[in-house]
Design a protein around this ligand. Sequence first.
Ligand SMILES: [Ca+2]
Length: 302
Amino acid sequence: MIIGYLVLGLLVWKDQLALWRVLGITRYYRLKASYARATEFLLPGDTDGDGVTDGFELFWGSNPKDPDKHPAIDIEWRHDGFSAKSAFRSKGGTPVGVNANFFLAAVPGQRIQLQARTAMGDTLHSFPKGFQLLITPPASTQVTARGRKFNPAPLVVPVSRDGSFAFDLMVSMETPARGELVFENAATSEVLHEVQIVPISRQAEVIPHVERLDLPPTVPGWSHARHWILSWLTPATTFDAVLIEAARDVEGAPWFGVDMGQMSKETITQVIDKPSLSYNGPLKFRVIPISYEPRTKTAKTQ
Ligand SMILES: [Ca+2]
């Protein structure tokens, strides 16, 4: 048994293509993730402080003594056990995801509680003990630990073993402005992620017409996503753009933005079959007409 597991482990590590063909891509990644977790468990330290355990670095053929070399760490900062994003369809009809993880629409003066996690690829990993992020807000925005008082300083947040971390954010009411919120590894100052803060005001929500779109998987054996087509009537009011928000289809579930723009129809993709995202249940959507803040001042004629 154990020898079989080890031989399979070696195959996972050495001969990826052959296993892809035999197992299919999803099972291949699950298997790979399970071996990666085993090595993380055996060597959980982080000698070079880059945020990736020595075991995982060895598994991936990286250098656990060089903080400049490690598998990429990204931040999934909008999720509730699922993530969803807008998609457009290429000529062949294949949905292509647009990562909507790079903006945060925020109403100035409102405290926003953010729940996020560090991630490496599509699988679930443990992160080293003591891993911390430095979150630096733009001039117009303040960040703080959950429930604490705001101040303009950058924030150091601890990252749990499963990658999760939390913080609160507020855009200034007096001087709302766009700017980048930057996430760094606190130990090495490596920039891991940036997100643009977009100050907005919100109008009454519009409930979209939602259609399920069932497409064959893009890769045989790979059922990684579900799709919805959303369409809605353009509101009669004046607005700059619409914000599309998604939530689990249960009472009280938190809403978060999955796309923003000037469209009146959109395909939204829910990423599933990703071990780090446990919720594959039904979603609900809403469309919010928004104005960008501060409003562009129109020249007064009088
Ligand atoms: Ca490391």
